[in-house]
Design a protein around this ligand. Sequence first.
Ligand code: NAP
Length: 311
Amino acid sequence: MRTVQYAEYGPPGVLRIVEEPEPHAGPGEIRIAVRASSVSPGEVRSRSGAMREVLPAVFPVRTGYDAAGVVDELGEGVTGTRVGDEVFGATAMTARGSNADHVNLAMWARRPAGWTWEEAAGATGAVETSFRVLDRLAVGAGHTVLVHGAAGGTGSVAVQLAAARGATVLGTASEHNHGFLRSLGAEPTTYGPGLAERIRALAPSGVDAVFDCAGGVLPDLVAIAGDPARVVTVADITAAAHGVHMSHTAPGASVGPPDPPAAHGLAIAVELAEQGRLRIPVAGAFPLAEVAAAHALSEGGHARGKIVLLH
Ligand SMILES: NC(=O)c1ccc[n+]([C@@H]2O[C@H](COP(=O)([O-])OP(=O)(O)OC[C@H]3O[C@@H](n4cnc5c(N)ncnc54)[C@H](OP(=O)(O)O)[C@@H]3O)[C@@H](O)[C@H]2O)c1
């Protein structure tokens, strides 16, 4: 089967399609025939070498964390899922390799009616991350939440999930994405100088929680929330210096211990999707063989939603 791998740090051109034997589902896992998989910005940075101090690569690296497809093998102990089911999910954090024709999933849920394969492929990382952070921030009805970096693959899902909890959501994005943010349920504003003043004007009674999906401005975000405990970042490795929690699920990363993955979010996402309250914006879809172009789009830093590969 085809896999995507790299054997050295570098630009997207270091990615290779490599033939490998198919994996087999281990205990508690399922194997799927992949219809679509996604590209995550964290993996794109890892490939470039920018993360080598935080989490050094062990070459060759097989890429891809989330995917959607048809179940074709059940591991020992799996119940409630059958061969032939259409699912979306993700590998174990330490396994990876979903940008391939077959992959073992460690968490999954059935594909909601109405989600395309592209949407389903892009869902898991964004949904799991959003539940992990919104739960930690205890976001609920009546709260006001700022999602910083709201137009990206993670932020665009976080906005919808916070709105579904009954929160008032503010989101930052470039001006051309403001209509998009409104369509997801957020009141938009631009990022950059003057952010605290703009947020104060939009939320005169204050902000209860900040979900940072962009990084780089933690002092401003702490000032907006009024307390570092009310800010969680998934994108800023300087978090500890600001008293902010950096949420991640990667064992061995040098940015503090991993949080448990919020796998329970997948089933709730299915319900919300089938109620028409959650969609997965897709910024671009590429054939698997064009994975380098997909990485290049992610590296541009302005994708509006998830970037997926079609198998
Ligand atoms: N730790 C974890 O568990 C975890 C999980 C998922 C993601 N992440 C990390 O979280 C970050 C976001 O992920 P993602 O999937 O949403 O990435 P993404 O899809 O690549 O994000 C692209 C978005 O970032 C926005 N953006 C660019 N520069 C910005 C800035 N200075 N301020 C605010 N927004 C800005 C862009 O908005 P405009 O085009 O409107 O400018 C664009 O919509 C990445 O660093 C990723 O690695 C971490």
